[in-house]
Design a protein around this ligand. Structure first.
Ligand code: BG6
Length: 510
């Protein structure tokens, strides 16, 4: 594969958005660099950015952790991660150049290791021309945020100045409810001003998610219908076929709703339901998202409008797979949900009365994320029932992944002498329409943080508001016993189907 052309943030509001922007002098320190995320996503993304020529010449990557590694050992670790996960070709000269700026500092999250880190960064500023501009990536569980932030403050690494910047990039989970999210925000914001905090929701880094803005606001055909007059309901689906083997430490006790509904799916809802922002400046976009999130609530009664499940053993394609409770590390009585569905409503003039159904699950039929806006039926049909028996509701489907694109579903006459109307799909597929390759979400988001482009990062208020939407549902589930089992490889628990049937709807089978 060749190195695709460089790209910049499409939401940027300056003169020529087509020109790539290269990050200025800077470095990145990763805490939690031996974790899965760093190995599978962050390190390969950094190499890909370097390969695309988007990092500054003196870019410096510092790993911080307990391992007793020297530069060489860490370089070897990064190299393996890059070779296994990079999307662009491996080019020796790019790697050699990047490796010159790779360093490791050994230490704990609450000790004098931070003194060594601080002195090393000062030396690197002089050696590599990073100019005192550092981003700190907290790829660690939230219980470490406080220690890390305080240590960074103690040794002066969080100090902002007129000539240099310090930013913090934070991974989810950002709390486990609104209260804990607020506490975390207080901890982080006590050290870093909000404008220097970049909370990652990697769904916002996906090309197809950014395309929601283009689809809605660059076109005339969709927006007039994008409201309760025409839309019957909205289905937001994030289905995964993978199980949770190896992730017990993070997932048991967390569950599907906290893992992805609070962040990814509610962010998708916000982009689909928000009003047009006055510009694509971060503040304008974030203000519209916050407004719509404040108008969003769970529909009651929760025993009828939500569903949760846990996968049991079953056939995933041709493979027989374990149930969650047999997966290594999970409590054999675990009540953690691996499937979650809920009904939300947006109390606004545009959306009043339109249910937004959100669902996600592991070990489902296949991996697919999509947003389907399902239209009301036409007020009148000049056809007989027999002629429209195979006609469903019209829909616009934003196919987030893996088959990225947009589908419009509508009725069409079946060729022949009879008048029979049947559903057909009109598809736009990224792979057919564009030769350009979509950047990986983490590449875009890391580059944006280095460039101080915060449009694609949820703010503290957005995060707290998303929890406020979900909190009543999670609280209800905590008192509602075990989740319903569903066999691996199916489309989730029966209660999720019932949840929609009650309102005369059915889930799409994507
Ligand atoms: C993460 C979740 O945020 O998103 C995982 O913690 C999930 O459980 C992952 O598998 C899915 O991401 P993607 O980009 O593969 O859809």
């Amino acid at each position: 594969m060749s190195v695709p052309s460089a790209w910049g943030n499409p939401l940027r509001n300056d003169e020529d958005k087509r020109l790539p922007r290269i990050a200025g002098p800077s470095g990145l320190v990763i805490f939690g660099v031996t974790g899965d995320l760093a190995r599978k996503k962050l390190l390969p993304a950094i190499y890909d950015l370097a390969n695309r020529g988007l990092l500054p010449a003196g870019f410096t990557l510092v790993g911080y952790g307990r391992r007793d590694w020297d530069k060489q050992a860490f370089c070897e670790y990064v190299l393996q991660a890059v070779k296994a996960g990079a999307r662009t070709d491996f080019r020796e000269h790019v790697w050699t150049h990047l490796a010159k700026g790779i360093e490791f500092v050994s230490g704990d999250f609450d000790d004098e290791g931070f003194d060594s880190l601080s002195s090393r960064l000062a030396e690197l500023d002089a050696e590599r021309g990073t100019g005192g501009n550092w981003a700190y990536y907290l790829s660690v569980p939230p219980e470490f945020f406080s220690n890390i932030c305080h240590q960074l403050e103690r040794v002066g690494m969080a100090n902002q100045s007129d000539n240099s910047w310090r930013r913090v990039i934070i991974e989810k989970p950002f709390g486990h409810d609104r209260e804990s999210a607020r506490e975390l925000n207080e901890i982080v914001n006590a050290v870093f001003p909000e404008k220097s905090v970049f909370r990652i929701d990697h769904y916002l880094g996906k090309e197809t998610v950014q395309n929601i803005l283009a689809l809605r606001f660059a076109n005339q055909i969709f927006e007039p219908m994008w409201n309760a007059h025409y839309i019957d309901h909205v289905q937001i689906t994030m289905a995964e076929d993978i199980g949770l083997g190896g992730r017990a430490g993070y997932y048991d006790g967390i569950g599907a709703a906290r893992d992805v509904i609070q962040n990814h799916l509610i962010q998708l809802l916000a982009l689909v339901a928000m009003e047009e922002p006055v510009s694509f400046q971060p503040e304008a976009l974030q203000a519209e998202k916050l407004k719509v999130l404040r108008a969003t609530h769970a529909v009651h009664p929760l025993n009828k409008t939500t569903a949760r499940g846990q996968y049991a053993a079953g056939w995933q394609g041709s493979e027989y797979v374990k149930g969650l409770r047999e997966e290594e590390g999970f409590d054999p009585n675990s009540s953690t949900e691996t499937y979650a569905a809920c009904t939300l409503e947006v109390n606004s003039r545009r959306w009043g009365g339109v249910p937004f159904y959100l669902r996600t699950g592991k070990r489902l039929g296949r991996r697919v994320t999509e947003i389907a806006l399902v239209f009301k039926e036409a007020p009148h049909q000049p056809f007989s029932d027999g002629q429209t028996g195979a006609l469903g509701q019209n829909a616009v489907v934003i196919r987030v992944q893996p088959d990225e694109g947009v589908t419009m579903r509508f009725g069409s006459k079946v060729p022949g002498s009879a008048m029979e109307v049947r559903d057909v799909n009109m598809d736009f597929a990224y792979t057919e329409a564009f030769t350009e390759e979509s950047p990986e979400a983490y590449e875009r988001l890391i580059l944006d943080a280095l460039l101080d482009e915060s449009s694609l990062f949820p703010t503290n208020e957005e995060v707290e508001q998303s929890w406020a939407i979900l909190d009543p549902i999670i609280k209800y589930w905590a008192s509602a016993g075990q989740p319903e089992e569903y066999p691996a490889g199916t489309w989730g628990p029966e209660s999720a189907d019932k949840m929609l049937r009650r309102r005369g709807h059915t889930w799409r089978r994507p």
